[in-house]
Write a protein that binds this ligand. Structure first.
Ligand SMILES: CC(C)(COP(=O)(O)OP(=O)(O)OC[C@H]1O[C@@H](n2cnc3c(N)ncnc32)[C@H](O)[C@@H]1OP(=O)(O)O)[C@@H](O)C(=O)NCCC(=O)NCCS
Length: 204
């Protein structure tokens, strides 16, 4: 794991808007084809508007608690090392999940800056977000079972996610993807969160 976790903090992008451009640039570089082909956010600008909820003029407090939400992991409260987003779906993958509950969250855009990889930062951030009752209760009924999903095309990450507690939910059929220079397979993984009560101490 990383040497010192005391200098790490998790903050929401809406509270540190100075990181917006950087995050959107990384997301667009990494996932632009997925957004382009599978969402209405076909440009970086549209995606940015969606993520920062630029069109929302309503009551700020209610907007604050709405999906999507980006969580940043900062070192010394000032340098960005990792981030991830939670949402109700990710690039139209929800349709493959025939679940009986609406109590679901999708983890999207998991990203650690290249120079900070393999130090345990994403493990820390992921655990923080998925085990924090204060975060989850804004989006889910924590008194019911919560299902957290993610999808990946990176076979080499499957064991990593398994180690974190995810299990394989579905392997989609191979498709040819000219944008990604070959065939790709999407894997959907699930992380079931146990029923929590408001007295739960489950918080990282
Ligand atoms: C996937 C990604 C988010 C992982 O972030 P990360 O911060 O490097 O993740 P971690 O450090 O928590 O763990 C990554 C690996 O480093 C290992 N690791 C953790 N701490 C380590 C350390 N101190 N020394 C060496 N390895 C370490 C972990 O065990 C894990 O290895 P494994 O795959 O063999 O299990 C990052 O590689 C990334 O941003 N990739 C590009 C975007 C992407 O593909 N995102 C995922 C889309 S599904």
């Amino acid at each position: 794991m990383h040497k010192n976790i005391n200098n790490l903090s998790v903050v929401e992008l809406q509270d540190r808007p100075e990181f917006t451009e950087k995050c959107i640039n990384y997301i667009w570089t990494e996932w632009k084809y997925d957004y382009f082909f599978h969402t209405p956010y076909t440009t970086k600008e549209l995606l940015c508007k969606y993520i920062v909820k630029e069109d929302a003029t309503e009551n700020h407090d209610s907007v604050k608690n709405e999906f999507p939400k980006v969580f940043l992991l900062l070192e010394d409260n000032q340098s960005l090392v990792s981030f991830l987003m939670i949402d109700t779906d990710d690039c139209d993958m929800k349709k493959y999940v025939n679940t009986t509950t609406e109590n679901t969250i999708w983890l999207c855009n998991l990203y650690t800056l290249p120079e900070h990889r393999k130090k345990g930062y994403m493990t820390y951030l992921l655990f923080h977000v998925t085990h924090n009752i204060h975060i989850l209760s804004k989006f889910c009924k924590v008194t019911e079972k919560i299902e957290i999903y993610l999808w990946t095309e990176h076979q080499h990450l499957l064991n990593y996610y398994r180690k974190l507690g995810f299990s394989m939910f579905e392997k989609l059929p191979k498709v040819f993807d000219s944008n990604k220079a070959g065939t790709t397979t999407k894997y959907i993984m699930i992380y079931p969160v146990p029923i929590l009560s408001k007295y739960s101490t489950l918080q990282y």
